[in-house]
Design a binder for this molecule. Structure first.
Ligand SMILES: [Zn+2]
Length: 165
């Protein structure tokens, strides 16, 4: 992150959702009626009511402004995408690298909080696809392992039978 960005008092002036220059840096009581969290600072668009919270102790936004619709897509995208590394189909790092490659974005932009609505929808689609394929591979692997064990047991049984006679 360039230092100029950190020094800027209002890094988000134009709303990335409605393109209107109505973004203010404010306490999040503008959203929730009272301040919420240890660091209640946020950016808020007076026109379309999109918002984004800031990193603790700074005026650095955690991502892009989002309206309610985008926030719902973010939650869904996290649910779908996180399964990939939580189910250990890939490591967390590999999963983000895969997402960046799939969306055609540099790795540092492949964060759920920085994705556009279109990219969030794509993340949900490709993650679900990937998980169903990954699950298939795991089922196939398990089946193969079971067949191998079955064969071993059968061979053992046959050899015991042979020894008896
Ligand atoms: Zn706006």
């Amino acid at each position: 992150m360039p230092l100029s960005f950190l020094m800027n008092n209002q890094p988000l002036a134009i709303c990335n959702v409605c393109q209107f220059p109505a973004v203010i840096y404010a306490e999040n009581k503008v959203l929730y009626k009272r301040n919420v969290g240890d660091w209640p600072m946020c950016y808020y668009c007076k026109k379309c009511r999109s918002s984004v919270s800031c990193h603790y102790g700074t005026n650095i936004p955690k991502g892009l402004l989002a309206n309610r619709e985008v926030k719902v897509f973010r939650t869904l995208a996290h649910e779908a995408f996180d399964k990939i590394w939580m189910q250990r189909i890939m490591t967390r790092f590999e999963a983000y690298q895969w997402l960046a490659d799939t969306l055609g974005l540099p790795l540092e932009k492949a964060n759920i909080s920085q994705l556009s609505k279109e990219d969030l929808i794509r993340t949900i689609e490709v993650s679900n696809q990937f998980i169903s394929i990954g699950a298939l591979i795991m089922v196939r692997r398990r089946k193969k392992k079971e067949q191998k064990e079955e064969r071993k047991i059968k061979e053992l049984y046959e050899s015991i039978k042979r020894h008896k006679h």
